[in-house]
Design a protein around this ligand. Sequence first.
Ligand SMILES: NC(=O)c1ccc[n+]([C@@H]2O[C@H](COP(=O)([O-])OP(=O)(O)OC[C@H]3O[C@@H](n4cnc5c(N)ncnc54)[C@H](OP(=O)(O)O)[C@@H]3O)[C@@H](O)[C@H]2O)c1
Length: 271
Amino acid sequence: MWIDCKPLAKAIEKNIKERINSLNITPKLVSVVSKDDPSIMSYLKSQGKKAEKLGISFEVIKVPPKSLLSSLNELAKDKSVSGIFIARPLPEELEEKDVFAAVPVEKDVEGVNPANLGSLIYGEELFPPCTAEAVVKILENVTELPGKRITIVGRSVTVGKPLSIMLLKRGRDATVTVCHSKTQNLVKLTKESDIVVVAVGKAHFLKKEMVKEGAVVIDVGINYVNGKWCGDVDPSVERVGYVTPVPGGVGQITTILLFDHVVRAAERQTG
Ligand SMILES: NC(=O)c1ccc[n+]([C@@H]2O[C@H](COP(=O)([O-])OP(=O)(O)OC[C@H]3O[C@@H](n4cnc5c(N)ncnc54)[C@H](OP(=O)(O)O)[C@@H]3O)[C@@H](O)[C@H]2O)c1
């Protein structure tokens, strides 16, 4: 069965609009681009449309790679800017970790600054990475987490690793296994799990034979194959478990949570 994420998306949007109404400023997101890439610009265009719909001010600034760090410095000081988004992929000459460390913690709405990521260890989720938070929110919306066996396939800095920490948090209390390309007996691990999260980046990677009956499956993957978007989960899994669709699942919630963080940043900045 497919998991319908629209009601959750609508509820978060409604909450964002209510909070904006009680602010005395218009929250502002600035997206910084330092690479010429049509897919980045098309993504930012849809980000701008979403911002407008929610009542959030939005600006794209283009900077050459060598000026990116100094631009981030300027944006840190600019009181009109609530949150900063770094468009990726970054140019090859830039080290992702250095760029993320230069995003001021209080404007780090993507949750990529090492200080925000490190706070997760202490159970603090000021700005958790949006995709990891989207997975947690979807799971909390459809199932109980305490004691559940969860397998995450993928150990990236923005999805798998932070998600594993967030699911271990007291109160969520899941039992978490994180897998990667060197994991042995992956099928045994996924098949034994109540919940499987797949963030691998390979179309239709998780097959129905890898999932137990009634499991919840969260598909983080975004792949473009034969002119269509698809996830990391084979559509046949929907016949044995509860699966988030692609598009319309994790991605949809991730986008909205970015704006939720922009409003949170504005709330904190205005006291
Ligand atoms: N919906 C959203 O908002 C959203 C956000 C972010 C990413 N995504 C999508 O999610 C997918 C993953 O993104 P990411 O940034 O997390 O990816 P990533 O950094 O490329 O990491 C992929 C992970 O998959 C693991 N992997 C690769 N082949 C595997 C295999 N055969 N068996 C087990 N594990 C395997 C890799 O293992 P190693 O570590 O050993 O290499 C790595 O940990 C992509 O499709 C991306 O577009 C979606």
